[in-house]
Design a protein around this ligand. Structure first.
Ligand SMILES: [Zn+2]
Length: 221
C-alpha cells in the first residue's frame, strides 16, 4: 500500500481547543469556517466515527457518495474534499500522517453487532448509540433519521479487486493524526468507537485528542 504522508505546520501550543475524548465516548462541537480541526490517534488503531453538518442548516450534511465521486477514490487522505449532500465542500483534508481513512464501513450499531458477531453482543455499547446520545444532549434538531453514512477516521477497510470490503488490522499508530480545514461552519459529531469485536481497533478502544486552530493564529513562526 502506498500512501502519502502530509505533516502539519501548526503549533499545538496555540490551538484554541485541545481536548481528550475518552475511549468509547461521543463528542459534539462546532468548527468555524477557516479553522483547522485535528483528530489525533493517541494510542494507535482507534476508529473515530465522524459526521459533519452545516452549522447553519442541519439538512446539509456529509455525503460519502459525493465525496467518493468528487475525488474518484474510495479512501480519504490529504487532498480529499469532504463533500455535502448538496455538492458543497464542507472541509478539506490538509494534513494526514495515517494515510488512509474509511468512508464505506459505516458505524457499528446494536443491529450490526448482532449480525456480525453474536446475538449476545446486542446490548454492547455502539457508535450509533453514541451518536444518538450526543444528539439528544445537543438539541441540534436532528434525530436518528438524520444520520447518514459516516467517516471512520484511522480505520482500514480495504476493498478487494473483486469489490469486497474487508475489515482489516489498523494501519494507524500512536501519535498519527488527520487535519482538515473547514470550508463552512460545521457541527462535528464523533463517536470514539467503543467496539470490542473488531480488529480495526485491535479489540481495544482508546482515547483520542481533538484540536482546533484559528486560521490566522495557527501557523508557527
Ligand atoms: Zn463503532
Amino acid at each position: 500500500m502506498t500512501v502519502e504522508m502530509v505533516e502539519s505546520t501548526l503549533d499545538p501550543a496555540v490551538a484554541v481547543l485541545n481536548e481528550v475524548v475518552p475511549a468509547g465516548e461521543p463528542w459534539m462541537g462546532t468548527v468555524r469556517k477557516g479553522e483547522v480541526f485535528r483528530i489525533l490517534d493517541l494510542e494507535g488503531n482507534q476508529a473515530v466515527d465522524t459526521l459533519f453538518y452545516n452549522a447553519a442548516d442541519s439538512e446539509e450534511r456529509y455525503s460519502a457518495s459525493n465525496t467518493i465521486r468528487a475525488q474518484a477514490n474510495l479512501y480519504l487522505t490529504s487532498g480529499t474534499r469532504l463533500m455535502s449532500n448538496r455538492g458543497n465542500v464542507m472541509l478539506d483534508i490538509v494534513a494526514d500522517t495515517c494515510g488512509r481513512h474509511d468512508t464505506l464501513g459505516g458505524a457499528c450499531s446494536a443491529e450490526s453487532n448482532t449480525v456480525r458477531y453474536a446475538i449476545e453482543k446486542r446490548h454492547m455499547h455502539s457508535c450509533r448509540d453514541n451518536f444518538l446520545a450526543a444528539l439528544a444532549r445537543a438539541d441540534f434538531g436532528i434525530t436518528k433519521r438524520d444520520l447518514p453514512s459516516n467517516i471512520n477516521f484511522f480505520m482500514n477497510v480495504p476493498v478487494t479487486p473483486a469489490g469486497q470490503l474487508t475489515f482489516a488490522d489498523g494501519i494507524s499508530a500512536p501519535g498519527r493524526y488527520v487535519e482538515m480545514r473547514a470550508a463552512m461552519d460545521v457541527v462535528v459529531l464523533i463517536s470514539n468507537c467503543p467496539q470490542l469485536n473488531n480488529p480495526c481497533n485491535a479489540y481495544n478502544p482508546t482515547p483520542i485528542r481533538l484540536m482546533v486552530w484559528n486560521s490566522a493564529r495557527g501557523q508557527s513562526p
